[in-house]
Design a protein around this ligand. Structure first.
Ligand SMILES: [Zn+2]
Length: 352
């Protein structure tokens, strides 16, 4: 799921970056006052120049790489429930947290989800059209070539079906909540670019593999067949379609190849409970898929994920944030804690 509301909030407070202490690892990532990533003057100047260039060149110049359309409420409901791989694999905890009751059923969630879709207003469509044009223009001006993707579908929901996230994706469908349109322009651009990344990784497996390699993750052909203990503890995230990548983590002085999963230390008990209260990033050794380490146990966890974002529940989410930063601000635009990730994405997008 993209940006459950607390992560969203963190990012929207000013791209809070990963100057987190090791003790913050695996805990709910909330921004501290001192964690904001401040634009450098050079970055600001670059942004102003970029803005001037956008005005000069015009938004329509150049070839568009991202084709999109809007679904109305009826189509959005059909599209949403057509994502059977996702809905059919939700575990009991997924259902309980989403429905805020113990023993919730898939039928209940589906009925609930189908009622949450909305039509976009003409103004909202204009805003999104402008946002997508600006993402394209940023790419053109930076010399980036995104994989061609002409099948993005935007849909709107209340987000109540996904724990009040800001937005999330399935395939090349991007679901946004009303809260998206209440953000300032920079934040809307950021969230949209983040969501576009998820669509790109699904639409182009080579692009996904190349991006994951930047964080040191290897993608394998088949999804890992986690044991029941791991499967039942995982919180499903529509933005993470596949669990088929691993990286090497140092646990107990030993390097272990592990898959990354998102979970919570607190199972659902009563209405009002949130898995954010004690969320956890889990590491599952690929040679023992029945067991999960807390990411706090990996001494190199932040070396792997970098510190440009605290959204480190899965490489897909961390890379989506880094991609958005790269496309919108470039390698020089912000004072990054881990600039090498941004530089690697920048290099890839220039060469592709
Ligand atoms: Zn996401």
């Amino acid at each position: 799921m993209d940006r459950y509301v607390e992560q969203e909030f963190r990012t929207l407070q000013g791209f809070s970056c990963g100057n987190l202490s090791d003790s913050d690892r695996g805990k709910t990532v909330k921004p501290g006052k001192g964690e904001k990533m401040k634009p450098k003057w050079t970055g600001l100047c670059l942004s102003l120049i970029l803005f001037a260039m956008i005005l000069a060149v015009g938004l329509s110049e150049g070839e568009d790489r991202l084709g999109f359309r809007f679904a109305d409420a009826k189509e959005a409901a059909e599209l949403l429930l057509s994502n059977r791989d996702y809905y059919d694999n939700l575990n009991q905890m997924d259902l309980d947290y989403r429905m805020q009751k113990k023993g919730a059923t898939l039928a209940e969630l589906e009925a609930h989800a189908a009622k949450q879709t909305r039509d976009f207003t003409p103004e909202e469509k204009d805003i999104l059209t402008g946002i997508m044009a600006e993402i394209e223009q940023n790419c053109r001006l930076r010399g980036y070539t995104l994989p061609v993707m002409d099948n993005i579908v935007f849909a709107q929901t209340t987000m109540h079906e996904e724990c009040d996230a800001m937005g999330y994706t399935h395939g090349t469908q991007i679901y946004l909540g009303e809260a998206f349109f209440e953000q300032d322009h920079a934040n809307m651009l950021y969230v949209a670019a983040h969501e576009v990344f998820h669509c790109l990784t699904r639409n182009d497996p080579d692009f996904r593999e190349a991006m994951y390699r930047i964080l040191g993750f290897t993608v394998v052909e088949k999804d890992f067949d986690f044991g029941p203990k791991v499967r039942n503890a995982m919180i499903s995230n529509p933005d993470v379609e596949h669990h088929n990548s691993y990286a090497s983590f140092s646990i107990g002085g030993k390097m272990m190849d592990c898959a990354v999963v998102f979970t919570t230390r607190q199972p659902f008990k009563k209405p009002g409970d949130s898995f954010f209260t004690d969320m956890m990033t889990g590491l599952v050794p690929i040679d023992d898929l029945s067991f999960m380490y807390d990411s706090n146990e990996a001494s190199n966890f932040w070396d792997v994920f970098g510190r440009n974002t605290a959204y480190v529940i899965d490489p897909e989410e961390t890379l989506a944030d880094n991609f958005a930063l790269t496309v919108l601000y470039g390698p020089e635009g912000l004072e990054y804690s881990t600039p090498e990730i941004i530089r690697a994405i920048d290099t890839f997008l220039r060469q592709s």
